[in-house]
Design a protein around this ligand. Structure first.
Ligand code: IMP
Ligand code: MG
Length: 176
């Protein structure tokens, strides 16, 4: 995998994550929200975000995938079995990227079907031009164009998650 360009620096991410946390502190803390982070991609985003929350927030994780190790998504989102109790809870659903909208839409609908009182969606990165499903995020860190990115938890074929910044990979040279 070859990095083509650093799109969002470590400093920019830090600043934005702090802003998003502040938004939760200000507008949602009194609801005692349950944060549900979608694995794998959002593990670093979630870890950093909750450090800036100023109330004893409850956090759970849910594993979902729509990619098969490639950059082309599958049509079906696989959600692993989970036993999180969401009934009557105000949920903040976190993901790394909003792309086609399939993942967030599928999970949000599942949480609502299980009796969640409300589901607010938050993503670090949004690629609006790629949307195929009727699902936007309520809170967005960065909007980007149609680029495949890695870093800060996001991967290509499970690699690149450890980069502290967000980078565009060279699609012609993905496997080297
Ligand atoms: P969606 O279901 O098409 O919205 O895809 C969302 C999921 O695909 C996210 O949870 C990401 O993990 C993954 N994804 C989408 N675009 C990228 C990307 O550019 N880099 C890495 N993962 C991505
Ligand atoms: Mg993912």
């Amino acid at each position: 995998m070859k990095i083509k360009e650093i799109l969002i620096t470590e400093e920019e991410i830090k600043r934005k994550v702090r802003q998003l946390a502040q938004e939760i502190n200000t507008n949602y803390a009194d609801k005692d929200p349950l944060i549900i982070a979608v694995l794998d991609g959002s593990f670093i985003f979630c870890a950093d975000l909750i450090k800036y929350l100023d109330f004893p927030v409850e956090v759970e994780f849910l594993k979902a995938s729509s990619y098969n190790g490639e950059t082309v998504p599958l049509e079906k989102v696989m959600i692993e079995d989970f036993s999180i109790s969401v009934k009557d809870r105000d949920i903040i659903l976190l993901d790394d990227i909003l792309d086609s909208g399939n993942t967030l839409k599928t999970i949000k609908e599942r949480l609502e079907a299980l009796g969640a009182k409300s589901v607010i969606t938050m993503v670090l990165v949004d690629k609006p031009s790629r949307r195929k499903y009727d699902q936007n995020a309520d809170l967005v860190g960065f909007e980007i164009g149609n680029k495949f990115i890695v870093g800060y938890g996001m991967d290509y074929a499970n690699r690149g998650r450890n980069l502290p910044y967000i980078a565009v990979i060279d699609e012609e040279d993905k496997d080297t």
